[in-house]
Design a protein around this ligand. Structure first.
Ligand code: BV8
Ligand code: ZN
Length: 259
């Protein structure tokens, strides 16, 4: 694995002949849209809440209003955020390489809002709330743009119109299984891809962090874009110490000039 200063040309060369590309993203992909990461330096508001403590069924059972308020805050933040140049570059790459698939650990909709058409959400979505008792989907109520962005606001979750149960976020909590269709699709595309681009994940959370090995063990190029080293770095052919919004557009520009 080589860590180079400006390997955009090296990365573009590794992708040049790959028809089937998978782009796997983590919380770092959303960082430049203003969404805090899970394990990065926790600033201000985010510092008061350890996501791994709150993103659990136990936390919701213990205090539904705290957890629902926290997710409502995160959803409002995403609704007020915009996709960045890195999201747009992935859309452009998909225009160059038909069949590109985004496999994301993120629960926001920034890839879709940028125009990505084939996005696999391993950990669910902030925009698919459902009843904790009967599982019935609950309509997502877009929050007014003026919604206060404070994670500590406790909000009692709505009730299910079908059975009266509490509405929970449509995300995969720690200790919960990943949605089988998403996991199976992710395994399939990682088994078939000719190159894997991993952007903005610390490679800590399982089983998502095991996916890149499905490309690596077939001898396919694994490329990482991340300002820091992490769990994926040891298996990366190239690990570029830069950010999603900086690195992705440079790589896609080079690829668009060579086709
Ligand atoms: C399961 C939805 C079992 C919720 C999320 C001990 C060892 C191994 C595993 C475990 C263990 N103990 C428990 C487990 C299992 C556990 C796990 O992996 N825990 C970890 C903490 C060790 N996993 C689970 O519980 C999973 N389920 O195992 O089920 C089971 C089996 C059968 C039957 C029943 C049960 C479920 C995991 C899913 C959890 N839900 N999200 C929510 O969002 O609230 S995970 C959460 O972490 C987010 O989805 C996030 O995306 C994800 C992964 O983190 P990253 O994306 O990597 O983000 P992170 O902040 O860590 O890193 C950011 C990266 O970006 C950094 O590298 C940084 O350098 C980089 N970056 C920063 N800025 C930029 C950037 N990169 C580019 N550009 C930038 N500008
Ligand atoms: Zn219900």
């Amino acid at each position: 694995m080589s860590v180079l200063d400006a390997p955009s040309a090296t990365i573009a060369a590794l992708l040049a002949d790959a028809a089937k590309i998978v782009v796997m993203t983590g919380a770092g992909m959303s960082a430049e849209s203003g969404i805090p990461t899970f394990r990065g330096t926790r600033s201000g508001l985010w510092a008061r809440f350890d996501p791994e403590q709150l993103a659990t069924a136990g936390a919701f059972r213990k205090d539904e209003a705290l957890v629902w308020g926290w997710y409502r805050w995160r959803t409002a933040m995403v609704e007020q955020a915009q996709p960045h140049a890195g999201h747009a570059a992935i859309v452009e790459l998909a225009a160059l390489r038909a069949g590109l698939v985004v496999v994301t650990q993120n629960v926001d909709d920034l890839h879709e809002r940028a125009g990505s058409g084939d996005v696999v959400h391993l950990h669910g979505s902030l925009f698919a709330p459902r009843c904790i008792a009967c599982g019935m989907p609950h309509p997502h109520e877009r929050l007014p743009a003026s919604t206060a962005l404070d994670p500590a606001i406790r909000v009692v979750p709505p009730r299910c119109t079908h059975c009266g149960g509490s509405i929970r976020p449509g995300v995969v909590w720690f200790g919960e299984s990943l949605p089988a269709p998403a996991w199976q699709r992710a395994e399939q595309v990682l088994q078939e891809c000719e190159a894997l681009l991993v952007v903005g994940t610390s490679g800590v959370v399982q089983p998502a962090a095991s996916l890149p090995s499905l490309a690596k063990r077939r001898g396919k190029p694994v490329i990482e874009i991340n300002p820091e080293a992490g769990g994926i770095t040891p298996m990366a052919d190239v690990s570029w110490r830069t950010t999603a919004a900086d690195g992705l557009p440079q790589v896609v520009k080079l690829l668009s000039e060579t086709r």
